[in-house]
Design a protein around this ligand. Structure first.
Ligand SMILES: Cc1cc2nc3c(=O)[nH]c(=O)nc-3n(C[C@H](O)[C@H](O)[C@H](O)COP(=O)(O)OP(=O)(O)OC[C@H]3O[C@@H](n4cnc5c(N)ncnc54)[C@H](O)[C@@H]3O)c2cc1C
Length: 553
């Protein structure tokens, strides 16, 4: 083993291992050491959460890291996210409003067994020349004249080495963040308990109703990340390639106190009370449970992520918000894109001061944009219309801007970032404001959304603008075209917001569907009058939005 590296990565979890692969793919001559404290192989199935990927993170794994063949051979294809609402019908899955794709989505995603994946990734990165030291716990690091010296312990020995760069990817241990006192608390106390259970669980088997089963081809419901939802919580079911199933509860402690489900027996009592159909279908399998884990108040932030002193923080070690929509791998992908770009340029001798500044600002802007998607929203989780509205809005912004920018390398292109985020009245600024506005509006609308709905199947691909945004993820644009495309998408989002608002406002105040509305000042706290600067009706979007409106009139 050498004593001097270009890059030493602390932590060989998803973030650390994928970063090492990304760097090696770009430059095979870089010397990289990954220090992972776990000794030996990770367990199949019962290892970590982070099993469901969505489009952005999947693009990173499949295309940026070239793991497409591996994922197709060794992990499961995912049939999108699937949600069961209508908490009024908790005993009858076939009466609940269901939202999810019927057909396999054109842009793929995966269900990943994290134990198998991390074991396999170690083999993949070693084959590329990355050194991975298992049973190696980082205990100290100090800056030196040219980089850093680091100490780790292995087999009771202390080993000292040096490197130009260090990257902290120690997950919740947050080694560097703690050392540099960069931790920032987040006012979002959501907590979770989860377990893996032997064998496959297919919610298709939970009803004898053939009409209901036939909405989706046999076997496809099981491949989705299935969510059961009511006020203050959601439950996940994720299938794993090892033939097991991951099940979790995620809840707002203000509505479901953590100590009501933080032990296995309590979790089953909690199911019995809150999701009896889940209880009924799991209770006989209790003996087959492989593990049980909990995490309280997992959202956290960090004051700084990248430094001119050649350190960086990636993955859950830096920022984490909420697992609803499965965005954990997305955050890793974005963070690694920034860190990889900085390291590669620095090692080539480029000045990276400006990039550090721009990337950090962009990353925090991204994170800030995600916070209102979750914060204070769990009280809406039991409202069927509000949640259908919200999920479609959240997907629209995620596919049309967040993911599109990533798949087109926009986040590391200074020209693109400058045009979209640094100019007066730029599209990025509008996008942020519009999302804040919509999240506030959905909260207001939740107060009026009091009707129960049933027997409704809704597919995101029934809605043309969502279909276009989703398909658009895979289109490649030049940097200039990308800026234009994002600007155009923000204009479409403005129209979507306005058409959604008009339906809500008509229901609450009886206002006209021809009302001209400024999307940046919409509210349901009072009746809005015609605004001559407002947007005129876009008939196409009006019709698309109507597909996801359940109220009569
Ligand atoms: C309830 C819940 C559900 C989630 N569901 C999803 C999901 O469905 N999809 C998704 O994409 N994401 C999900 N996530 C997020 C996902 O779990 C994380 O994004 C991901 O696991 C973070 O990976 P990481 O590599 O940063 O950290 P980790 O996977 O924790 O890896 C960190 C590694 O560092 C090692 N380490 C720690 N300290 C040291 C040290 N001092 N020296 C050496 N090594 C060290 C650890 O052993 C570990 O292997 C979920 C999160 C939660 C809380």
């Amino acid at each position: 083993m050498k004593k001097n590296y270009d890059v030493v990565i602390f932590g060989g979890g998803l973030a650390g291992l994928t970063l090492s692969l990304q760097l090696k793919k770009e430059n095979e001559n870089i010397s990289i050491l990954v220090l992972e404290k776990r000794e030996g192989d990770a367990l199949d199935a019962a290892h970590k959460v982070g099993e469901s990927t969505v489009e952005l993170g999947t693009h990173y794994l499949r295309e940026v890291l070239d793991l497409k063949d591996y994922l197709e051979e060794k992990q499961l294809p995912k049939h999108g996210l699937r949600f069961f609402f209508s908490p009024e019908h908790k005993n009858d899955i076939d009466k609940r409003v269901e939202l999810g794709p019927r057909e396999l989505l054109p842009v793929p995603s995966h269900q990943i067994d994290r134990g198998t994946f991390e074991n396999d990734l170690i083999g993949i990165v070693r084959a590329k020349g990355v050194e991975v030291e298992l049973g190696a716990k980082v205990t100290a690091t100090e800056p030196t004249e040219n980089g850093h010296s680091t100490i780790y312990s292995k087999d009771k020995e202390e080993i000292n080495l040096s490197s130009k760069w260090i990257v902290d990817a120690t997950g919740r241990n947050s080694f560097l963040k703690r050392k540099l006192k960069l931790k920032q608390d987040l006012d979002h106390g959501i907590s979770s308990a989860w377990f893996r259970i032997k064998g496959e669980i297919d919610v298709d088997d939970w009803s004898e109703n053939k009409d209901w089963s036939s909405y989706v081809k046999p076997g496809l419901r099981r491949l989705s990340t299935v969510h059961f939802m009511d006020k203050g919580y959601w439950i996940w079911f994720i299938p794993l390639a090892t033939g097991n199933t991951s099940v979790g509860i995620v809840a707002d402690p203000a509505i479901h106190p953590f100590d009501t489900y933080n032990k296995l027996d309590k979790a089953f009592e909690w199911f019995k009370k809150n999701e009896p159909i889940v209880y009924k279908n799991l209770i006989d399998k209790k003996e087959d449970i492989l593990d049980f884990k909990v995490l309280k108040h997992f959202a956290h932030s960090c004051e700084k992520l990248y430094s001119t002193e050649r350190w960086a923080i990636t993955g859950e070690s830096g920022l984490f918000l909420d697992p609803f929509y499965s965005p954990g791998t997305d955050f890793i992908a974005l963070n690694n894109a920034f860190v990889g770009d900085l390291i590669l340029r620095d090692l080539k001798g480029e000045d990276i001061d400006l990039r550090i500044n721009v990337f950090e600002r962009t990353h925090y802007a991204w994170f800030e944009n995600w916070i209102p998607i979750y914060q204070n929203k769990y009280k809406l989780w039991g409202k069927t219309q509000t949640m259908v509205w919200k999920i479609f809005w959240d997907w629209a912004i995620y596919w049309s801007v967040h993911t599109l920018l990533f798949t087109n390398h926009g986040y590391t292109n200074i020209m693109v970032l400058r045009n979209l985020f640094a100019k007066d009245n730029c599209a990025g600024e509008k996008f942020g404001q519009l999302n804040q506005q919509m999240q506030k509006l959905l909260l207001e609308w939740g107060e009026f959304d009091d009707e129960a709905f049933e027997n409704n199947y809704i597919d995101p691909f029934d809605i043309p603008f969502l279909q276009d945004f989703h398909r658009g993820i895979d289109e490649q644009h030049s940097p200039r075209e990308l800026v234009k495309k994002v600007e155009d998408n923000v204009k479409i989002l403005e129209h979507i917001a306005v058409e959604m608002f008009k339906l809500m406002s008509r229901k609450v105040y009886g206002t006209s569907m021809n009302l001209k509305v400024d999307p940046y000042i919409m509210t349901l706290s009072k009746k809005l009058n015609e605004n001559e600067n407002g947007l005129a009706t876009d008939e196409g979007i009006k019709n698309d939005v109507a597909v996801m409106w359940f109220y009569k009139g």
